[in-house]
Design a protein around this ligand. Structure first.
Ligand code: SF4
Length: 427
């Protein structure tokens, strides 16, 4: 029997595509974007278009595996692991986690994950570290539509992406210097009185401090850090402040630097001082997830932390400091890590420490994934791999509930010391 199932893309992606899946005799045979969905418009991104290949991949992990080769050694493939039953996997995982919790405290267990499957445009658009054409495909038709009506696309990125090649103006920037660029632009906008004084007085706090702070960032000085010529920076600032409406599309790449959280904060001040938020199609876009608030308490279960031997909220480990956490954090040290929806040995910063940490013989590592043998985290370093397709029970194992929490890179503004002052906040 053949039927078409209406579904939604499960990825953590702002496009939130509508998906049509053809199912024949219980097996999905075709996937396509929903033509009736106003954003999807009938097409899916390259990743999800090939989703059925992933779901039915011959090397899909179908049962739990336990490492038999010594950690850090072996062939780096499936021969380093032996199949075990679900009961064996659950018994070992819960047993080891309980023991570690009892010996070192629950904070010795670290969950680590990122976003895997989870369940208006204008006259000037500035893509700051956002490869829209490659990674935000459903926004691109709207940008093209706006450009046909006279809008201009400016791209700021260290790398000349597909989006940069298609832009009206591409400004290469030195990596990690986004805070300086934003402060340099504000220097020009404020000193040339291009800011919206009425909006600033009504809706922001800290403008006088910011005005004082940006005096340290004249275009000539900022040019040395960013690699963007002073004349270009001034032109950019003037254009951004005077062409209305103007929007900034900033993306996660900006955050992947030491001052990433502060970089995003500095960039978000730009539409606050120009008053761009008051215009339809103006403002700034990063993530839309804040528009759909989740009951985080239900997920993070602070009540479990309070009932645990800690009797308090668990410490926060910044996920971009994983290498440091695995090699230097103590009182207690991290003695178990549960990885899901992420491949930290491949993506976490400070690769040498991350790798060294995962190779610790006393670190108990569990990875929960679909095709974990493909990931750098799994191959040489994991003790037990459990597959995503059949492990709902694991989420319900209250005894194994880890209580150390973590924060994502963009939380570094509050989780780690920051280096830029002169803050502007919305009222
Ligand atoms: S663009 Fe791709 S990942 Fe994003 S919602 Fe659509 S199908 Fe999913």
């Amino acid at each position: 029997m053949k039927k078409v199932v209406h579904a939604a893309c499960p990825h953590d992606c702002p496009d939130a595509c509508g998906v049509l899946i053809t199912v024949e005799d219980g097996k999905a045979t075709h996937i396509q974007g929903d033509p009736a969905h106003p954003v999807t418009r009938g097409f899916l991104c390259a990743k999800v278009t090939k989703y059925l290949d992933r779901v039915y991949a011959p090397d899909r992990l179908l049962y739990p595996m336990r490492r038999v080769a010594p950690k850090g050694q072996g062939n780096g493939d499936a021969s380093d692991f032996a199949r075990i039953t679900w009961d064996e996997a659950f018994a070992e995982i819960t047993g080891r986690l309980k023991q570690i919790s009892s010996d070192f405290g629950p904070e010795a267990i670290l969950p680590y994950s990122y976003g895997g499957t989870l369940g208006v445009l204008n006259n000037t658009g500035m893509a700051h570290g956002a490869n829209i054409h490659g990674a935000n495909v459903h926004l691109w038709p709207f940008i093209e539509e706006a450009r046909r009506k006279g809008a201009k696309l400016i791209v700021i990125d260290p790398y000349k992406t597909r989006t940069a090649r298609l832009a009206d103006w591409y400004l290469p920037i030195n990596p990690g210097t986004d805070v300086a660029l934003a402060l340099g632009m504000m220097h020009v906008i404020i000193n040339e009185n291009l800011h919206d004084a009425d909006y600033v007085s009504k809706y922001t706090l800290g403008f006088e401090e910011l005005k004082e702070r940006v005096q340290d960032y004249p275009p000539e000085r900022v040019a040395k850090w960013t690699g963007i010529a002073a004349a270009d920076l001034m032109k950019l600032a003037r254009e951004y402040a005077t062409v209305r409406p103007a929007v900034i599309r900033v993306n996660y790449g900006v955050q992947r630097a030491q001052n990433g959280g502060m970089a995003v904060r500095a960039i978000t001040m730009l539409p606050c001082i120009t008053g761009s938020w008051k215009e339809v199609g103006g403002g700034l876009q990063l993530s839309t997830s804040g528009s759909f608030p989740l009951d985080k308490q239900a997920v993070e279960r602070p009540d479990l932390m309070l009932r645990s031997p800690l009797g308090r909220a668990a410490r926060v480990v910044n996920m971009s400091s994983l290498g440091q956490a695995l090699t230097r954090l103590d009182n207690p040290s991290v003695n178990a890590i549960f990885v899901y929806n992420s491949n930290p040995a491949g993506v976490a910063p400070n690769h040498t420490d991350v790798r060294r940490g995962f190779l610790r013989p006393d670190l108990f590592t569990v990875v929960h994934d679909q095709r974990s043998l493909n990931t750098k985290t799994c191959r040489p370093r994991t003790d037990i791999i459990i597959c995503k397709c059949r492990s709902k029970r694991s989420a319900r194992s209250e005894n194994a509930a880890p209580t150390t929490t973590f924060s994502a890179n963009w939380h570094s503004a509050w989780a780690l010391p920051t280096t830029v002052s002169g803050r502007l906040t919305t009222k």
